[in-house]
Ligand binder design. Structure first.
Ligand SMILES: CC(C)(COP(=O)(O)OP(=O)(O)OC[C@H]1O[C@@H](n2cnc3c(N)ncnc32)[C@H](O)[C@@H]1OP(=O)(O)O)[C@@H](O)C(=O)NCCC(=O)NCCS
Length: 166
């Protein structure tokens, strides 16, 4: 199995991985359009990790490296998924280990992921990969949700969004 980070020069492989693996399934989000995928890959803070077997994509992970105000960086593991026939064969942990290794080599101080306690596979994966559930503390997650009009995110991704008016 091969695990690697895909960048703009791997665009065709990234497109194939997304086409094959990213469905509106359990992870919930739809496939991106091609120009949004290109914009995603062009941002060096974004990570598309793909696991492949004999050249075929079998799993992917999406993560974001965030800069803190104190100059330290942290990694948000946003999404990880393995094609059903390839699950429970070490693909998920290989991708998470890849990201942890990248963070350690590049002085990224921590990585986190949010999941559901009911997702046994995800809980087992992150535990096996060395993460510690923060449920033992009093952490709580709040979320804001709103609708974004079509087109706005594309403009922002191309860097043409205006600063918000106050
Ligand atoms: C979660 C997911 C990525 C795990 O990938 P995977 O390749 O099957 O995981 P691995 O084979 O690397 O297994 C890692 C560990 O998790 C355990 N595990 C994986 N799937 C499991 C399951 N269904 N039930 C119990 N344990 C499971 C493995 O036994 C292994 O633990 P061990 O090393 O202690 O034996 C995969 O199940 C998936 O794609 N699920 C749908 C998408 C999803 O829910 N993603 C997480 C969103 S936060």
């Amino acid at each position: 199995m091969r695990v690697e980070r895909l960048t703009p020069r791997h665009f065709d492989r990234a497109r194939e991985a997304v086409r094959t693996l990213k469905t509106a399934g359990r992870t919930g989000s739809p496939r991106p359009s091609l120009h949004r995928l290109r914009a995603y890959l062009s941002n060096r803070s974004n990570f598309l990790i793909v696991a492949s077997e004999n050249g075929d994509p079998v799993g992917f992970a999406v993560a974001y490296c965030l800069l803190r105000v104190d100059g330290r960086r942290m990694m948000c593991l946003y999404e990880v998924a393995v094609a059903p026939p390839w699950q429970r064969r070490g693909v998920g942990i290989a991708m998470v280990d890849f990201l942890v290794g990248w963070c350690r080599r590049n002085r990224v101080s921590k990585m986190w992921v949010i999941t559901n306690r009911s997702n046994v596979a995800a809980i087992r994966l992150y535990t096996a990969a060395g993460a510690i559930a923060s449920g033992r503390t009093d952490d709580v997650l709040f979320e804001w949700h709103w609708r974004v009009p079509p087109g706005r995110t594309g403009a922002a991704a191309r860097g043409s969004a205006s600063p918000p008016k106050r």
